[in-house]
Write a protein that binds this ligand. Structure first.
Ligand SMILES: [Zn+2]
Length: 493
């Protein structure tokens, strides 16, 4: 029996506003689509948090034995500077500013994106399609929506007719907005726009003569509207109706609302069963923004090269820190939080490493199976990683009690304890074993500090033979001492 047959997952569905029991369309299989990055700049830490939330969802579903097809796209065209279908294409703008090809921008930031996600130990998606690789599929969907009478063409551009759609279906169903309010709140058209109504959105835009990123279509040489690529790629790889669609909270409107409308307008059915949205990441209680200086790039966490943090942190420590908050809560990124997470993470790892040395007894003083189920329960409850982490620390407490003799465990129970700790910490939370190296390098520093102090004492006692012996033998194992006016430091090679 697969694990998923023994566990019941509940997912908070943004569409219903409720936690719902998860039932995939096809038993044993899950189709999940997550909106990926627009690759025109270094990936934002807030986006890393969003993708990490879905990395954990992917890992947990796989752990339960589901066959997961996880599609996460790369937006490499069509994403304009603002949501009103105006402004320059973000990638084309960056290319113009740096006097390089748009595809050089795409390449550079796609590589950066993958590097950062690899550092954080993400599993790759099953398919990572690009917008420019699916122009034909996008054109087909526009044709379909035009045929169904829910879009119109003006001067080579095609727009989605929101009012007409709303007569049949409900526009605003996900973000809980109604069309009347949208009409009141959208600024009036300035006469430059081809749209019939300001709330309509572009499916195809005719390219201006200077616009480099352009493709032929029945309407004009141009480019697809941003919302369309996700409908085209999710339909192509997951079908017209699939299980989970995820993304950041900021994408709920208009992006995901438009995805629903496009899919309904073409296929006449709601495309997604469970909509999941990850909340924001802020820093030191404020919105993260380059313009205010309240900003950190993901790789600066690993180098420590940023004024908002006191030192470098391991990727697993940053990952552990982020997973201490539930994905639907706002996460406040702080140096204090990272320091606490570092201590917690090593305490957890040290306990896992101690398991093999524990003595077993003829009876257990705790119910390991009940605890194991509580770990599953935490993840079954809308992927509640902070509660899971609390359960893992319950086990840390028990491991330490077994060590000092105030608790006992049978060999069988110890086995279950070890497997559960390892699976949830490394396979499901995705924390990395490599952190062990740094833990031992911290221990090495401690040992060398002890030797430095012994050598200092020897010199104070004029025992130069001993002080030289310490120095020379350290050199033999690759550790070099340097005496300076602030004391002695060391380097390793
Ligand atoms: Zn999308």
């Amino acid at each position: 029996m697969a694990l998923y047959q023994q566990q019941t997952i509940k997912i908070y569905n943004s569409l219903s506003g409720k936690k719902e029991e998860f039932e995939p369309i096809h038993e044993g299989y899950v189709g999940m689509y997550v909106c990926g990055p627009t690759v025109y700049s270094n990936v934002h830490l807030g986006n890393v948090r969003t993708f990490m939330s879905f990395d954990v969802v992917n890992r947990y579903l796989k752990h339960l034995g589901y066959k997961v097809r996880y599609v996460r796209n790369i937006t490499d065209a069509g994403h304009l500077e603002n949501d009103a279908d105006e402004g320059e294409d973000r990638i084309a703008k960056k290319a113009r500013l740096e006097a390089i090809e748009p595809m050089e921008v795409v390449q550079r930031y796609t590589v950066d994106f993958h590097n950062i996600l690899n550092s954080f130990n993400f599993l790759p998606p099953s398919i990572e399609p690009t917008a420019t690789g699916h122009i034909i599929e996008q054109i087909e969907i526009i044709k379909c929506i035009l045929d169904n009478g829910l879009a119109y063409e003006v001067n080579g551009s095609v727009y989605f007719d929101v009012l007409k759609y709303n007569n049949k279906k409900t526009y605003g169903i996900l973000s809980k907005r109604n069309v009347e309010d949208l009409i009141h709140n959208t600024r009036q058209l300035d006469g430059q726009s081809d749209k019939k109504n300001p709330q309509d959105f572009a499916l195809w835009k005719k390219a201006e003569p200077q616009h480099i990123m352009r493709w032929p279509s029945p309407w004009s040489d141009g480019f697809p509207g941003w919302h369309l690529e996700c409908t085209a790629m999710s339909t192509k790889y997951l079908g017209e109706h699939f299980d989970i669609h995820g993304g950041g909270m900021d994408l709920k409107f208009p992006h995901h609302e438009c995805e629903i409308a496009q899919a309904e307008a073409c296929n006449n059915e709601s495309p997604v069963n469970y909509w999941m949205h990850a909340n924001m990441l802020i820093m030191n209680g404020k919105k993260m923004a380059k313009s205010t200086g309240n900003f950190i790039l993901p790789n600066e966490i690993f180098t420590g090269d940023n004024p908002h943090i006191s030192k470098a942190y391991l990727p697993s420590v940053a990952r552990f820190f982020m997973l201490q908050a539930h994905y639907r809560s706002i996460l406040d990124f702080t140096d204090d939080g990272l320091q606490a997470a570092e201590k917690g993470f090593f305490r957890l790892k040290d306990a896992i490493n101690d398991i093999d040395d524990l003595k077993t007894s003829s009876a257990s003083t705790f119910d390991v199976n009940a605890w194991r189920q509580r770990c599953f329960d935490a993840m079954n409850d809308d992927f509640n990683t902070p509660i899971l982490i609390a359960q893992l620390f319950e086990a840390v407490k028990i491991i330490n009690q077994i060590k000092d003799g105030s608790a006992t465990v049978t060999a069988d129970d110890l086995n279950i304890l070890k497997t559960t700790m390892t699976e949830f910490t490394f396979d499901i939370l995705g924390l990395s074993n490599t952190a062990k190296e740094s833990s031992s390098s911290d221990k090495l520093s401690g040992v060398v500090e002890i030797l430095i102090n012994l050598r200092k004492e020897a010199r104070q006692n004029k025992d130069f033979a001993l002080s030289d012996k310490i120095r020379d033998e350290l050199i033999e194992v690759g550790i070099q001492l340097q005496d300076g006016k602030d004391g002695t430091s060391f380097t390793t090679n």
